[in-house]
Design a protein around this ligand. Structure first.
Ligand SMILES: Cc1ncc(COP(=O)(O)O)c(C=O)c1O
Length: 431
């Protein structure tokens, strides 16, 4: 068992506390030195199995040799060219790949998830000449002020900050239905609420530029909606000439089995936001749409680093790798295996109230005997997991997320799940 932090780690943590902004929050004292595939080594030389992939970023695995080679080769030539002002091939190649993989024929490049959401908000407002937005309770779309207006998972994110005009609807969180209904008899009333309540009492659809939705809620608790949910939102958007924006920042890039998670639901949004895994470890964001929507004139929106050559080279190599290695099929297969093992644990540990997921985006919700949320046991399990050598993170009110690199091996995942069970056992015994 690991009893962190060691001396080296402790020193770095102390230096960190002296200079890094106090808004940075770490759940446990892991000081990382290096990583390969799904294995992380700390500064003391101890090895951990990575079950979060740098928050769903390292889908192609840490230090992926093909991404490393592509970035090194590009670095030899040129790192940055100011793509918004000049032409260059690497971002064009990347946009062509995205077009082929997503079916959208226009791409705007930026550097992060929140920037891709910001770009989507601006495009929707520009196109519709409307300024209202609809987001969802539990949704997370980033922290810049536009995206933050949509974000609605923890009030701490929003306290003292201004927002643009946004109303929030219920997400299809069937395990704890916000409307106290039962699926499937409910007729997805959560989606119907948008038309029946929000559009009638809160904001006219004539003022709404876009409904922005995560295909699977991430930060909000790894919540997979039922098949009808996104179709209902698509229909509402169509009926009211409102644009539908899919925030694929966390769920995209084959994490859920398909390139875009919305494909699992048979729905095509008007605008798509991508980031995280898209860059293969480098900062890369993209906002995708079609030419008839993304027809804003030059200068309407831009940045400095969008289409950065290093990030584009990394991203191209990462996408090629994902496709060639068929990481989507692997995510589905391995995800099913993990869910089965977690459901077996659930039979033994009633503290696991729900096991849910799509591909390798899996959450377990921890509950007290009366069914209410149990964040304390959740947090203890994560701490104990760290001591056992697995890297876990929380989400939602009481959820542990599993979002490992999509290259994690079956042996690694089985070892990680054995360690997880030990951690859970200890966390429960400390109650
Ligand atoms: C669905 C979703 N959208 C947007 C963001 C914001 O991305 P970034 O942190 O890169 O700005 C996140 C980050 O976790 C996310 O999960």
């Amino acid at each position: 068992m690991i009893e962190p932090p060691g001396q080296k780690a402790q020193k770095i943590i102390e230096r960190d506390c002296d200079v890094i902004s106090s808004c940075t929050a770490r759940p446990y004292p892991l000081v990382i030195d290096s990583a390969r595939g799904a294995l992380i080594t700390d500064v003391e030389g101890r090895e951990y199995i990575d079950l979060v992939a740098g928050i769903a970023v390292m889908n192609v695995g840490h230090s992926n040799p093909r991404v490393t080679a592509a970035v090194s080769a590009q670095m030899e030539k040129m790192a940055h060219c100011g793509f918004p002002d000049f032409y260059a091939e690497p971002p064009v190649k990347l946009a062509e790949q995205l077009k082929q993989m997503s079916g959208y024929d226009r791409v705007f490049f930026c550097n992060s998830g929140t920037e891709s959401v910001e770009a989507a908000i601006k495009l929707a407002m520009w196109k519709t000449h409307r300024q209202g937005l609809v987001g969802f309770y539990g949704g997370f779309h980033g922290r810049t002020l536009g995206a933050l207006s949509l974000t609605c998972s923890k009030v701490k994110h929003k306290e003292h900050f201004p927002t643009i005009r946004t109303v929030h609807a219920h997400y299809a969180y069937c395990y704890r239905c916000p409307l106290n209904l039962e699926y499937p008899g409910c007729g997805t009333q959560c989606a119907a609420y948008i038309e029946e309540v929000l559009f009638k009492r809160e904001m006219s659809p004539a003022d709404i530029a876009a409904i922005v939705v995560e295909p699977v809620q991430g930060e909000g608790g790894y919540i997979v909606p039922p098949p009808e949910f996104h179709k209902a939102i698509r229909r509402i958007c169509d009926d009211h000439d409102v644009l539908m924006v899919a925030d694929e920042v966390q769920a995209g890039c084959y994490r859920t089995g398909t390139f875009m998670a919305m494909e699992n639901f048979g729905v095509r949004a008007d605008i798509v936001c991508m980031a995280k895994a898209l860059g293969g470890g480098l900062p890369m964001g993209a906002m995708l749409s079609d030419h008839d929507i993304m027809d804003w004139p030059p200068g309407t929106h831009s940045n400095t680093f969008g289409g950065n050559l290093l990030a584009s080279a990394a991203s191209s190599a990462a996408l090629e790798y994902m496709e060639k290695e068929d990481l989507g099929s692997y995510a589905k297969e391995l995800g099913a295996h993990i869910m089965q093992r977690l459901r077996e644990m659930q039979l033994q540990y009633p503290v696991i109230g729900d096991v849910r997921g799509l591909g390798l985006m899996i959450g377990i919700e921890m509950v007290k005997p009366d069914g209410s949320v149990d964040p304390d046991t959740r947090d203890r399990t994560i701490q104990e997991g760290f001591k056992e050598g697995i890297i876990l993170l929380s989400c939602g009110d009481s959820v542990i997320r599993f979002s490992p690199p999509l290259v994690i091996t079956r042996d690694e995942i089985d070892t990680a799940l054995d360690r997880f069970e030990l951690a859970l056992k200890r966390a429960v015994s400390q109650e």
